[in-house]
Design a protein around this ligand. Structure first.
Ligand code: ZN
Length: 380
């Protein structure tokens, strides 16, 4: 039972070397040249570590996606999911270099989620190196997760539909697995009023700013801590001069919901906004980007199983419901057996203090390895 963990503990330096190299090869979502260069490097490294075969899925606008297949046969495969893109622009390493400090490794994208990629690849290697078996698996690594996966969503759903279970290597939540994720909606609101002189003809105008403020209050009133629904108008812009009644205003809206039913209700509500002022015009565009990942009975079973495996490996595993979406949400639309947050332990995703805790790397990779060995039986 601990052979896999012992092997991985002995590989700590090698895993850290990979982590350093993954972080030091910057791969921002919006930089196709750098993303493709990372994908080429990763394809080689993944094949070397796992003995599998990588198919490069070329993209015109985004970085190329990778499909690593390990093992063949007729059995349904396990889908591992991760992304190599980061939110950090090229050159971030200058001010935020990869560095080790105590038990932490810092750097852009280290937690979200290059460490998860390292742990996933080493989990597969550990099984081979210790003479253990696993069902065929597909490790999908995409380039555009941080942008909402515009070019990889179809690929993710197709692979998830075929899979026995989906294991998502996104960062953990302070060590906890993510067994529910809210759905994310993105909307933009445009209000058109009528300009007039604020001093000489104040009542001739229709203020788009006043209208958008009322709309904002209505939208924020939909936030409900009990159901988990939140609405945030995160950007407002409008108007031209202090002495002009504003003719135009716009807002950007973020919606989070815990269930599909609530997603439908709120989408209809937001798309159906009506102006308060009879002469104002309100236009809304947008919709759900990622549907919610709900805590299905299969998810509950998978988590209970993972917790048992973790105990055998010597650590306690918790679960958490989180507000952020990931590609786990897309998997969940077509396959109820999804567990997310199997990647790094650390903190500071998308923040300057982004880091992972090095002592957790081997145990987490061992957990993934043990799941690969056993998960198909659990969801059958
Ligand atoms: Zn991520």
């Amino acid at each position: 039972m601990t052979a896999v963990l012992d092997y991985l503990e002995r590989q700590r330096e090698a895993m850290l070397r990979d982590l350093r190299e993954f972080v030091e090869r910057e791969s921002p979502s919006t930089d196709k040249a750098r993303a493709d260069a990372f994908a080429r490097f990763l394809a080689g490294r993944a094949e070397h570590l796992t003995g599998g075969e990588v198919k490069v899925v070329s993209q015109d606008d985004w970085g190329d996606h990778l499909l690593l297949r390990v093992g063949g046969g007729e059995d349904p495969s396990i889908l591992l999911v991760g992304h190599y893109d980061t939110v950090w622009p090229a050159g971030t390493l200058g001010s935020m270099p990869f560095r080790l400090e105590g038990e932490c490794a810092y750097g852009p994208g280290v937690f979200d989620m290059k460490c998860g990629l390292v742990q996933g690849l080493w989990a597969i290697r550990a099984l081979h190196e210790t003479g253990r078996e696993h069902p065929p698996l597909v490790f999908l690594i995409n380039s555009d997760e941080e942008m909402g996966s515009p070019s990889s969503r179809g690929l993710i759903e197709a692979e998830a539909r075929r899979a026995a279970a989906c294991l998502i290597l996104e960062p953990s939540f302070h060590g906890a697995l993510k067994t529910a994720r809210k759905g994310v909606g993105i909307f933009s609101l445009r209000v058109t009023g009528r300009a007039s002189h604020a001093g000489s003809e104040p009542f001739e105008g229709v203020s788009a700013i006043e209208e958008i403020c009322r709309q904002t209050l209505d939208l924020h009133a939909q936030t409900n801590p009990r159901t988990g629904t939140t609405v945030n108008v995160g950007v407002i812009a409008g108007g031209t001069r202090a002495n002009v009644v504003a003719a135009e205003a716009r807002a950007e809206i973020d919606l989070r919901v815990a269930s599909r039913a609530e997603a439908e209700r709120m989408t209809a509500l937001i798309l159906g906004l009506r102006p308060h002022h009879p002469e104002a015009r309100v236009q809304v565009e947008g919709g759900m980007n990622r549907p919610p990942m709900e805590r299905t009975p299969q998810v509950v079973r998978l988590f209970a199983h993972a917790r048992e495996l973790a105990r055998d490996l010597g650590f306690e595993l918790e679960e958490a419901a989180v507000g952020g979406g990931s590609d786990g949400n897309f998997c969940a639309t077509v396959n109820p057996a999804v567990v997310d947050g199997l990647g790094a332990v650390g903190d500071g995703a998308h923040a300057l203090h982004e880091h992972v805790l090095i002592p957790h790397m081997a145990p987490r990779a061992a957990l993934v390895a043990r799941l690969l060995e056993t998960v198909v039986e659990v969801v059958r």
